[in-house]
Design a protein around this ligand. Structure first.
Ligand code: SF4
Length: 322
């Protein structure tokens, strides 16, 4: 089966049922992003691309681990051979850290506010990054908001200052203040991701009470000036009730600003656990539209060094998934 189609089917399914040998050596547990607080996930590759698979005992798709990372995916009568990738911190080849594991905001799709509100110390995070420094290509930093966006920014800058000497590209994705892009740029961060989250303003008001969409757009614009095209990203969730046309308009708008959209398939959770996952067919359609929009805007996700566009585990990424 073609990689793109396979990945879209797996993203629609939302997870696999594990069989065979234990996968402890390959298991990732997330405190942010899709699957936060869940039973864990593994990263599957056929050599053509990567997909993150949550472990779900009720999934109709099975993943048989035969040992040493060799696996077989079984979907109905179709079998696909592949390998599990080892995780550094959160995902393969990156130290992706979450500073605050809780959040004062209450986005309706997000599990994070329900988690225990733990904030890692800078010292703790530096030692975690050092422990995997020989097997990563990037450091990525994200956070919930425990006290205020300014406080998360302060901790982020303190961490960046400590790990910058390692000479590894650094990406940051936090809820910003107006000054965040300039401060991160001065700290020599390489890339940033500020998430628009929804395709439309109306959905944003409904889904993200308390967050400021205009502020996010403003900091994205400033970020493109500072970090350059191909190094500024924004997650937009697919499946919150937007139409394809609305999603395309949102992608056009972001690409017009020089920002690469990350189309993130909804993982129904929290207050919208009853929402359906977007279908493989829809994900493939939007992928093709994104491919055209990015090409027209002269943007290339293949240039990304850090975070989700470089990882590709949770999304179909033009220029990387083929
Ligand atoms: S795509 Fe992003 S959220 Fe998904 S596993 Fe990779 S780094 Fe994590």
């Amino acid at each position: 089966m073609q990689w793109l189609k396979l990945k879209a089917i797996l993203l629609e399914a939302g997870g696999v049922r594990l069989e065979g040998k234990p996968v402890d050596k390959y298991l990732a547990r997330s405190t942010a992003g899709p699957g936060a607080g869940g039973p864990g996930s593994v990263f599957f590759t056929t050599g053509k691309g990567r997909v993150r698979l949550s472990l779900r005992p009720d999934s109709p798709i099975s993943l048989l681990h035969r040992g040493d990372g060799r696996v077989t995916l079984q979907m109905g009568s179709e079998k696909v051979e592949g390998r599990l990738e080892k995780v550094a911190l959160h995902c393969p080849r990156q130290a992706y850290l979450t500073i605050s594991e809780g959040c004062i905001y209450g986005c309706r799709y997000c599990q994070v506010p329900a988690q225990q509100n733990r904030v890692k110390t800078v010292e703790e995070m530096v030692s975690l990054i050092r422990s995997v420094a020989d097997r990563i290509d990037a450091i990525a930093i994200t956070s919930g908001v425990t006290e205020s966006p300014g406080e998360e920014e302060r901790i982020t800058l303190a961490l960046v200052q400590r790990v910058r000497p390692l000479g590894i590209p650094i990406g940051v994705s936090i809820y910003p203040t107006r000054e965040t892009p300039a401060r991160l740029y001065e700290a020599r961060v390489d890339e940033v991701k500020f998430n628009l989250e929804t395709a439309t303003e109306a959905l944003f008001r409904e889904m993200c009470p308390g967050l400021d969409r205009h502020l996010i757009q403003e900091v994205l614009d400033r970020s493109v000036i500072l970090f350059g095209r191909n190094h500024v990203f924004s997650n937009v969730i697919v499946g919150l009730g937007e139409s394809d046309t609305e999603m395309e308009e949102c992608m056009q708008d972001l690409a017009g600003r020089g920002v690469i959209p990350v189309l993130r398939p909804l993982q129904p959770a929290a207050a919208i656990v009853q929402y359906p996952r977007p279908s493989a067919k829809r994900l493939l359609h939007l992928f093709r539209r994104e491919q055209e929009i990015l090409e027209k805007a002269g943007l290339d996700p293949g240039q990304a060094l850090t975070m989700c566009v470089s990882c590709t585990g949770c999304d179909l990424v033009p220029g990387r998934d083929v």
